[in-house]
Design a protein around this ligand. Structure first.
Ligand code: NAP
Ligand code: F7E
Length: 337
């Protein structure tokens, strides 16, 4: 039974990747840091099928001990401080997790399991102020946030360990991928959950920032398949993983409200305080290399993604209201930014 070590197991991608690897017959070791509250809701349904080990990207010894103990065949580094606005509020911490954390894990693998195959979760945020459209594996990078800069470090250190030590290390340059399990602070889930709250009468408005930003949005379940496919290649190489389509935040909102039979313009308020110090205006990836060499293709379309997220949040909010977790909106209160 091949052994896969997955950091960031409690995150969106960690949960989908674990499901996929279990279906492929792997022994899955999920890595979680110690927290004072339970962060395991996304993996509750597979908790009996995986093992969860404790380690932190900030702690070199914990990572080395982990790799020594489990001797993984494949290591997927999904852990990161992944929310772009927080990277301006906590730039040093973001660099520690999202940049140097990659070196710490690579060092642990180099020392304790050098034959293991290593996947780094790189990001389209590295393209930032885009230098060409669409973006490919050869497009120059121009990150626009401390998060993007940190991911770029993680990307190049992975290339460097591949070239310096001959390790089977590669990066997936993944464009935005969302799901019913997306964190509530990211714009797609903020919208789908906001639509559900409004639809059930628990809120009267949804405050958003830049409606003109355009993203290449896919579904996380499709994207984790690409991560696994990349590690099955004999020679490691980096790939852009995207749908090749771009849509604005406005379009996402319009469609999401329509899924619930509502007109977005009646409920969405633009809040300038939610705009970013430096924006990534438009992202659209060219996934042809992954199509051709990996045989990877997304299966969930943009309208299906939006519909799935809205349907899921309508059910979640219905249940939360039935349990009294959400109260109907008091007059004058506002949806939190
Ligand atoms: P996510 O939901 O924010 O999950 C991040 C994970 O990292 C969580 O499990 C979190 O654990 C863990 N983590 C954070 N700091 C850690 C630390 N110091 N030590 C150990 N674990 C730590 O992110 P995601 O959407 O699943 O994304 C997965 C990866 O892909 C991230 O690296 C992200 O930057 C990258 N990425 C995401 C996208 C996207 O559109 N989703 C696109 C490109 C790249 P806690 O539960 O304890 O907080
Ligand atoms: O923002 C705009 C915002 O926070 C998307 C992460 O997974 O993907 C993600 O980063 C766009 C931006 O994701 C609101 O200004 C408008 O232009 O959902 P987001 P992101 O910043 O693209 C990349 C690939 C990653 O690697 C990251 O880890 O939407 N926007 N109004 C808003 N965004 C938020 N969050 N909230 C708003 O109210």
């Amino acid at each position: 039974m091949p052994v896969a070590l997955v950091t960031g197991i409690t995150g969106q991608d960690g949960s989908y990747l674990a499901e996929h690897l279990l279906a492929q017959g792997y022994r899955v070791i999920g890595v979680s840091r110690r927290t004072s509250t339970d962060v395991g809701s996304r993996i509750e349904h597979i908790r009996a099928d995986i093992e969860v080990a404790s380690a932190d990207l900030l702690d070199q010894t914990s990572l080395l001990t982990l790799v020594q103990r489990y001797q993984p065949d494949e290591v997927y580094n999904l852990a990161a401080q992944s929310f772009v606005p927080t990277s301006w509020a906590q730039p040093v911490l973001t660099g520690e997790f999202t940049a140097l954390g990659v070196t710490r894990l690579l060092e642990a693998v180099r020392v304790a399991a050098p034959e293991a195959r290593f996947y780094q979760a790189s990001s389209s945020e590295m393209f930032g102020k885009v230098q060409e459209v669409p973006q490919t594996e050869r497009t120059p990078f121009y990150p626009r946030s401390p998060y993007g800069v940190s991911k770029l470090y993680g990307h190049w250190i992975t290339v460097n360990y591949r070239e310096s030590y001959g390790m089977h290390a590669c990066s997936g340059i993944l464009f935005n991928h969302e799901s019913e399990r997306r964190g509530l602070e990211f714009v797609t889930r903020k919208i789908s959950y906001g639509v559900a709250l409004i639809s059930h009468g628990a809120r009267r408005e949804l405050r958003l920032g830049n409606l003109d930003a355009e993203r290449d949005w896919g579904h996380a379940a499709d994207y984790v398949r690409a991560m696994h496919m990349m590690l099955q290649r004999d020679s490691p190489r980096d790939y852009v993983i995207s749908t090749g389509e771009t849509h604005s935040v406005r379009e996402f909102a319009e469609l999401a409200f329509r899924c619930a039979g509502l007109d977005w313009e009646e409920f969405v308020q633009v809040d300038p305080t939610l705009k970013r110090p430096a924006e990534v205006d438009q992202l659209v990836g060219d996934p042809r290399l992954a199509n051709e060499e990996l045989g990877w293709r997304p299966t969930i379309t943009f309208p299906q993604l939006v519909e799935r997220m809205v349907e899921s949040d309508l059910a979640i909010v219905r249940d939360e209201m039935a349990r009294g977790v959400i109260r109907r909106e008091e007059p004058g209160s506002r949806f939190p930014g």
